[in-house]
Ligand binder design. Structure first.
Ligand SMILES: C[C@H](O)[C@H](C)C(=O)SCCNC(=O)CCNC(=O)[C@H](O)C(C)(C)COP(=O)([O-])OP(=O)([O-])OC[C@H]1O[C@@H](n2cnc3c(N)ncnc32)[C@H](O)[C@@H]1OP(=O)([O-])[O-]
Length: 719
């Protein structure tokens, strides 16, 4: 819908009305076409202002329409008609002007933005490109380098930066529509040819071929197989090398290759999955719409190691007051310095003032007396955490939420150590905590829905993709990861190399394969977990028993490599070798290859040729299978929860949609058949046995992923 009114007697005012973001649905597009016609034929009207209802200009094309047949007037001619208008068309931009919304504004002759407005062409994040003239008009307006940056990254800019770039003509602190109407009156009757961006020559940067080759090299390097960033470079290149009409044809061609691609569907699934996880629920039935969060005005962080420092920064950047507590003087001073420089760097990037004054530091745990929520981030040791929770329960005011950043310990056991277990939840951040977008909010058996609601709301405030999950060993992310790593170890036993396994996973789209990632995070981290679980046993046992734990196959390869002091980048040796400790460039290590041959010989294992397909199937299907078990156990409410966790916390390529979405694109019957095949080949690996829920979904005709929640709900209601 779009409403037409007159403002100040001579200005036609077109207001987009499609809450919550005024997306350009078919109905809205038709209404724009109609109201623009009315305004241009209204003799009283000298100029026209286009704005959005509810302080939001326009969130772009209606993504919900992409899955179906496109109806209604197309965007491109609609915007052309606005640009060709014989009366000044002024866009009054409040809130968001994104994608087709910014393209609509670029079709106008002038753009007035509120200082809090956000502008951008994020289509690439949806597996698309700006296909309503954005890839042709933006380079003509702001130049190729800045347009390339915005279009290939999908970066959203503030009004201040948009003014500096030349995207908008004016920024106002006051009512934007009033300012736009006043401006529209001031330009009434002025010539417009010089304001029609599509007629602008596109400034050709010196040596533009080199610039585009460099841009292409860069996006291919970071895209990890994603098609859209590459198409975005090609579209902007068309703007720099072709006349506008031919550039628009090229834009259309490129968009056609993307629009129906699996990658675009996967990224749009991730977009809606991110919104779906915000509508969280617990097995009790309580959820986002029935649980009111408690207000959090002041928070505390206990333990200022790497995680504690990142969490302190993430909290302070929300505008909250934070008490940062570390009992050791030296660590406290070091942490203060680290937090200060992280805040200053972040503020510089955002062009804002660092929130240094929001943080107070203390060595005394009693400083938590007036906070609303505490996040504990001390060393991963149950006895230590229980002691901290005991003290917190003594010093915190009634009702203070006690959150733990543990990544592996039992949240219920921690809660049992306090007088109010209903106030205890896990807030599992990912390193670096002020950068990584994922937050697992872990509810225990006694956690109150209000505690979960509060943690989820705080997560959203920190800009996190927050996912509510049940308490179990490894929660969701790490629980699935164990199966993925285990298969990688087994593949080494059977003849693969770290290079082969990592090559297959990186070709799939992961930023790093399992062994390069292990070298980065430190092999000793996993070793400590395996030792704590009683799996890793010292020394080199030989024979079958060395490779069996609790009746199942176990690979001691990782333990044996650690016993050599090879912990990865930090020791300069791990699965790969590095020039020196701390360096990041991995090189194949002949020592590791001969170690693998000797290991196989000692255990009577014969290496066989393994291809990339088998690597993918074993590592990814084992992880997916555990995902189905997690859904079966009710630890995660739906596939979207698992997929958001893996895309925003474990480097799963967004253009593959996440593990559960990926399984649905491969086809559940295929995943089931392959798991049965590998379980038959490896009967000593019970985790390869297909999960009952997977069998059930296949038996019920493999419904599309967005319908799995129903099947799961029915399954749980029958239990
Ligand atoms: C031709 C052209 O070149 C191409 C092809 C395009 O234009 S492609 C499209 C390009 N546009 C985008 O990429 C912008 C996408 N949107 C956002 O980034 C954010 O939404 C937001 C604008 C910054 C607001 O954030 P928010 O945190 O305030 O609210 P929300 O929870 O996110 O959103 C509130 C509700 O609105 C829904 N929604 C948001 N944007 C939408 C859109 N463009 N289409 C359809 N629904 C949308 C969203 O699913 C949610 O629904 P529900 O969950 O309540 O049912």
């Amino acid at each position: 819908m779009a409403q037409y009114t007159r403002a100040s007697g001579f200005v036609g005012l077109i207001t987009l009305q499609n809450p919550p973001v005024n997306a350009l649905s078919a109905v809205v597009r038709q209404a724009i076409v109609d109201t623009v016609k009315i305004a241009l034929s209204d003799p009283k009207v000298k100029s026209v202002v286009i704005c959005g209802q509810n302080g939001n200009f326009c969130g772009g094309a209606d993504i919900k329409e992409f899955g179906g047949e496109m109806t209604g007037p197309p965007l491109i001619p609609m915007i052309h008609a606005i640009e060709a208008a014989n009366k000044p068309m002024v866009a009054a931009i409040e809130g968001n002007a994104l994608g087709g919304g910014l393209e609509l504004a670029l079709g106008c002759h002038y753009r007035i933005a509120h200082s809090k407005a956000r502008l951008g062409l994020p289509e690439v994040t949806l597996g698309l490109l700006p296909a309503a003239g954005g890839s042709q008009r933006l380079p003509r307006l702001i130049g190729v380098p800045d347009a390339l940056d915005l279009i290939t990254t999908g970066r959203i800019v503030t009004a201040a930066e948009a003014l500096r770039l030349g995207i908008v003509d004016q920024v106002t602190e006051h009512n934007t529509v009033d300012a736009a109407v006043k401006f529209a009156l001031s330009v009434a009757g002025q010539p417009l040819d010089a304001r029609r961006i599509s007629t602008f020559p596109c400034p050709r940067p010196p040596d533009s071929d080199a610039l585009f080759e460099e841009a292409m090299r860069k996006v291919r390097g970071s895209a990890r197989g994603a098609m859209a960033p590459v198409a975005c470079v090609q579209a902007v290149r068309a703007a720099a090398t072709l006349p506008y009409e031919r550039g628009m044809e090229r834009e259309k061609e490129l968009m056609a290759t993307l629009f129906t691609s699996g990658q675009a569907r996967a990224l749009q699934y991730v977009f809606f999955a991110q919104r779906a996880v915000g509508r969280w629920s617990m097995p009790s039935g309580a959820g986002w719409d029935t649980s009111k969060p408690r207000p959090v005005n002041k928070a505390a962080v206990i333990g200022l190691g790497t995680m504690g420092r990142g969490i302190t920064v993430a909290l302070a950047q929300t505008g909250l007051s934070v008490v940062a507590i570390e009992t050791q003087e030296k660590q406290l001073m070091e942490a203060k310095q680290a937090v200060t420089s992280m805040l200053e760097r972040g503020a510089k990037r955002r062009g804002a003032a660092p929130a240094l004054d929001r943080i107070s530091y203390s060595r005394n745990i009693q400083a938590v007396a007036d906070v609303d929520l505490v996040i504990e981030a001390v060393f991963e040791d149950m006895a230590l955490k229980l002691e901290v929770f005991r003290q917190l329960s003594a010093f915190c005011k009634p009702g203070t939420l006690l959150c733990t950043n543990t990544s592996a310990l039992d949240v219920d056991e921690l809660a049992r150590g306090t007088p109010n277990p209903e106030l205890v939840v896990g807030m599992h951040f990912f390193a670096p905590a002020h950068v990584m977008k994922l937050l697992e909010v872990v509810y225990g058996k006694r956690s109150s829905p209000q505690a979960v609601a509060t943690a989820m709301q705080l997560g959203k405030k920190m800009g996190k993709a927050s996912v509510a999950v049940g308490n179990c060993r490894g929660f969701v992310g790490n629980r699935m990861l164990r199966l993925y790593v285990e298969q990688a170890f087994f593949l080494l036993e059977e003849g693969a190399t770290p290079e082969l396994v990592d090559g297959a996973l990186e070709e799939f789209g992961f930023p790093m394969g399992v062994f390069r990632m292990s070298d980065l995070s430190g092999l000793d981290v996993g070793w400590r977990t395996r030792k704590a679980a009683g799996q890793a046993q010292p020394g080199e046992a030989s024979g079958q028993s060395a490779r069996i734990r609790n009746g199942s196959r176990y690979s001691p390869i990782g333990d044996l490599v650690c016993e050599q002091g090879r912990f990865g980048q930090k020791t300069g040796r791990g699965w790969y070798q590095y020039d020196k400790p701390g360096s990041r460039v991995a090189r194949s290590d002949p020592w590791l290859h001969s170690f693998l041959e000797q290991y196989r010989a000692r255990h009577g294992l014969v290496a066989r040729s393994i291809d990339r397909q088998e690597v993918l199937e074993r590592c990814l299907y084992a992880l997916v299978n555990e995902g189905f078990r997690i859904l079966e156990d009710g630890i995660a409410a739906g596939p979207e929860d698992i997929d958001v966790i893996y895309v925003f916390g474990y480097g799963w390529p967004g253009h593959r949609g996440g593990p559960m979405f990926y399984a649905s694109t491969v086809g559940l019957p295929k995943v089931l058949e392959r798991l049965e095949h590998y379980h038959q080949a490896h009967p000593d690996v019970p985790d390869l046995q297909p999960c009952g829920l997977l069998r059930r979904l296949v038996a019920s005709g493999s419904p599309p992923v967005h319908r799995w929640r129903e099947v799961i709900k029915k399954l749980h209601s029958q239990l």
